[in-house]
Design a protein around this ligand. Sequence first.
Ligand code: GAR
Length: 198
Amino acid sequence: MTKRVAILISGGGSNMVALVDSMTGDHPARPVLVLANDPHAGGLAKARERGIPTHAIDHKPFGKDRAGFEEALQKALETAEPDIICLAGFMRILTPAFTAKWEGRMLNIHPSLLPKYKGLHTHARALEAGDTAHGCTVHEVTAALDDGPILGQARISISAGDTAETLAARLLPLEHALYPAVLRRFAQGDRTPVMLKN
Ligand code: GAR
């Protein structure tokens, strides 16, 4: 049976576009919803252009009420009935109560070679550490931030002269290759990690 995929975004949504555009032909999944926590997220228009239903739940009016925000998120998701949720540049931390509801069905892409550099500023942190390799990871979402079983990684080498900006720019096309490759496998029930090297 075709799997239903909801994609959560906060910004431009280039990973969301890569995922949506991959789900055609014999792909085992289809996008059913693009959901943003920012009504101005650039990705919403890109999803609409592609005929995907969109929804925005602004987190700001909820203030510190994470449970209230997540309740609204849960309601929108339950209406769309996804089998799989892809976090794609979704920049809100989700509570264990929420992640527990979707454990085993929720994926995230993170711009580092996890378990290195959980959280923010991953490119700068790789440079500061003097790393020679960097990359991105797709993993299952569990209660702990940027943790959970790794489903795929893509690597790049760090060269002299690289900055956080050049690393981000070199990595993004690999994110766009990795996430769809992992999703295709995952939707078929295959959790074997996808390893890409540039
Ligand atoms: C991507 O680089 C993604 O890996 C990162 O945000 C960017 C979103 O870009 N995600 C995180 O940092 C999650 N902690 P996009 O909106 O163009 O897909």
